[in-house]
Design a protein around this ligand. Sequence first.
Ligand SMILES: [Zn+2]
Length: 329
Amino acid sequence: MTAGAVALGIALTSVVIGIGAAAPAVAATTCSGDRVTVQQLASGCAVASPTVVLPDGRQFVVPAAGTTVSAMPVAATGADDAGDVSITNTGRTGVAVRVDDVWSGSAAAVQQERTAVRARTAVPDRAGVVSRGAATTAATKAATSCTNTSYTRLGFRWTAPVQWSYNPNNQKVTGPSAIGAGADAWTGAVTACGRTINSTADQKHLGTLKQSMGVTATGGCGTANASSVVGWGSLPSGTLGVTCVWSRSGTAVETDQRYSTSVNWSAAATCSGDRFDLRGVATHEWGHAYGLGHTAKNSGLVMRPSATTCDTAQRGLGLGDLMGIDAIY
Ligand SMILES: [Zn+2]
């Protein structure tokens, strides 16, 4: 989309200039300790390589200056929705923390990042309407997947196919084909609810790699390593999966996904019993990986924040999901 590309180019330029100017300078104060709270970040202190601990217990390794790390969970229905998290290290102005639409951390960093996210997500869509996400309130009453047009954007996108590897350690079911099918739901000519769009969101499965994911057992994100890995492991109770994405000025550079080893999964064509449908949940996680945030709980869309067992309907996009991916790609 031309308008989006232009807007992104402007944002990249301005942020790169900001970082370039800041890089040589050493910030006045450094956050003390190797575990930093959101309250400490409010002082605007600079981070060396500490871990930020959110009030809900999720821990994040602060990314390099100029980088945002985002964690998007999906919960089992009935469990608490932990909320989407983005942590941006602006370098000079400190660290901004966002949990859904609530910001905290360094006030100067929050102001800078909030403005940047607003600029990146307020791109006119194909109908010429400006979408700022979170337009869910009015739509929640008509909660079926083909009448709900809501979507939210996380503020990043990929400029090349996501190249990912699969780590089979501790796998509950054999994952790659179901996880790949979940990704494919967002790619190419996608038809949903009688409408067809053409999406350039894409991925390539590189094969098996026994490398750890940058998703931690707290449901937060660890260190980026320039390699996107999908696998299995512990997650907080009620959380089915978490996707972490690292981005720089709105361009995604790495994504890791972890699926919970505490629940039962199905990777079969038809799901039965007290199991979660891996393909359906993976469709949701890839929606996050490509840049979509959550919609309302009762939206009926793939991007609602929780899933029920054997929810195979989640394998296919709803109208809002389709419009969201179309707006980004
Ligand atoms: Zn989610």
